[in-house]
Design a protein around this ligand. Structure first.
Ligand code: AMP
Length: 420
């Protein structure tokens, strides 16, 4: 114990569990790397205004959940609550969209911060892997991203998740739907805060999780019945491409998501083993966002997958990832000269790509063997005075107990042979 604890709503990633997080991030990134997405990294904080304009002034994220600060120089900054606005800001700033090579395809991985009420699966600091395809209005791109997310989850061995799909329309058809929806909502029995939301962002009311609200929404008008011909055709094409790629989905006409920038395609991956915080990833098309943050019109689509919740989903399904061994060989020196020789050997093994570790701190044989067993290594390398005199080192199989003497001078090759 120390005097300090991790801040409320946060937790530390420690070995051995941290290896699972690395593997999940890697599994999410691998399909992107194979699909023309380049890695992007942006600062952990941005101007508050970027998120206010980008994510939406009326969203919970902006009104309640941002960690904001004023710098000594007077700048208003916020720890990033999500990735899309930052990535688009970076792409515009560097003019990646100029030169005609569209879409610009980017992926990222990092920490995000939201001042939320902590519970299982909902943290104030969490980790996402995200992808954005900027500057193309093409349903194939929407389908590509959804397929890549689906493949990432499947490659981890997950199966208990569902893909929810919807279209939110565009600037042609959404305004009309918005009015129809507002009219319907104004006739309901709702609290003051929700009534205010009807005027600012009525679609968000559909997302209200409270039973009392959901009950009244039974007959609400749905965007899908108000889509213009172009949005309808676009959405049908996304659906057809997904079906063709073998990606099952459920049409969810109520899916609106918590960020204001979405247009047309919106989707969420939910896992049925996670309780209330079931969304393991989500995204959609955001054709208006570039303009909202002062750029040109750049129709784009993207997603963010939650690393923390994906790890919880693996636990819920009892999936054990086949992680590479942390340590394959554990060296146990007995005496000063043996320590030097084994340190040399361990260094050589590591340079040859073998995961090797050594008993440090002058441990006795018994303690050192305990550490060897705890390390998960397949073999221990034992070196004592008699071995030194004979020019050998003992390679002990920690599972069977079987021991073989290897010539010390040729030990690297000998160990590699045995590992093979
Ligand atoms: P969002 O942009 O809010 O849809 O977030 C994308 C994904 O990030 C979600 O589907 C979650 O898996 C994850 N996520 C969002 N907020 C949190 C949080 N507070 N704690 C843990 N994971 C989160």
């Amino acid at each position: 114990m120390s005097t300090f604890n991790a801040p409320r709503g946060t937790y530390d990633l420690l070995p051995p569990d941290s290896a699972t997080y690395l593997a999940v991030r890697e599994a999410m990134a691998a399909p992107l790397r194979r699909s023309g997405y380049g890695y992007v990294e942006t600062p952990g904080f941005e101007s508050v205004e970027l998120f206010a304009r980008g994510v939406g002034e009326s969203t919970d994220i902006v009104t309640k959940e941002m960690y904001t600060l004023t710098t000594r120089g007077g700048d208003e900054l916020a720890l990033r609550p999500e990735g899309t606005a930052s990535v688009l800001r970076a792409a515009l700033e560097a003019n990646l969209h100029r030169g005609g090579n569209l879409p610009v395809k980017l992926w990222y991985s990092g920490s995000y911060y939201r001042y939320e009420r902590p519970q299982k699966g909902r943290y104030r600091h969490f980790s996402q892997v995200g992808a954005e395809a900027i500057g193309a209005e093409d349903p194939t791109l929407d389908a590509e991203l959804i397929v890549l997310a689906y493949d990432a989850y499947r490659s981890l061995g997950l199966s208990g998740f569902r893909l929810l799909l919807n279209s939110l329309g565009d600037r042609t058809c959404r305004p009309g739907y918005r009015s129809v929806l507002q009219e319907f909502l104004r006739g309901l029995d709702l609290d003051e805060q929700t009534r205010a939301r009807i005027e600012i962002n009525p679609l968000r009311v559909l997302d209200d999780k409270r039973e009392s609200v959901q009950r009244q929404l039974a007959g609400a008008p749905m965007m899908r019945d108000h889509l213009c011909e172009e949005c309808k055709a676009f959405h049908e094409e996304v659906r057809a491409l997904l079906t063709d790629a073998g990606v099952p989905f459920e049409d969810d006409p109520r899916l609106v998501r918590g960020l204001d920038y979405y247009t047309r395609t919106t989707f969420e991956f939910v896992h049925d083993g996670l309780g209330s915080q079931s969304a393991i990833g989500g995204g959609g098309r955001y054709d208006g966002l570039a303009e909202m943050i002062g750029g040109p019109q750049l129709p784009s689509v993207g997603w963010a997958l939650g690393v923390d919740r994906t790890v919880l989903a693996l636990e819920a399904e009892g999936v054990d990832l086949a992680l590479p061994a942390v340590t394959e060989v554990y060296a146990v020196p007995l005496g000063e000269e043996a320590r030097r020789r084994l340190f040399h050997l361990v260094t050589e093994l590591r340079r040859e790509g073998v995961a090797a570790d050594l008993a440090y701190g002058g441990k006795g044989m018994k303690n050192a063997m305990k550490s060897a067993n705890r390390s998960g290594a397949r073999f221990a390398l034992l070196l004592g005075e008699r071995d030194l005199a004979e020019g050998v080192v003992q390679l002990k199989d920690l599972a069977s107990g079987e021991q073989t003497a290897l010539e010390l001078a040729a030990a690297v090759a000998g160990v590699r042979d045995k590992l093979r």
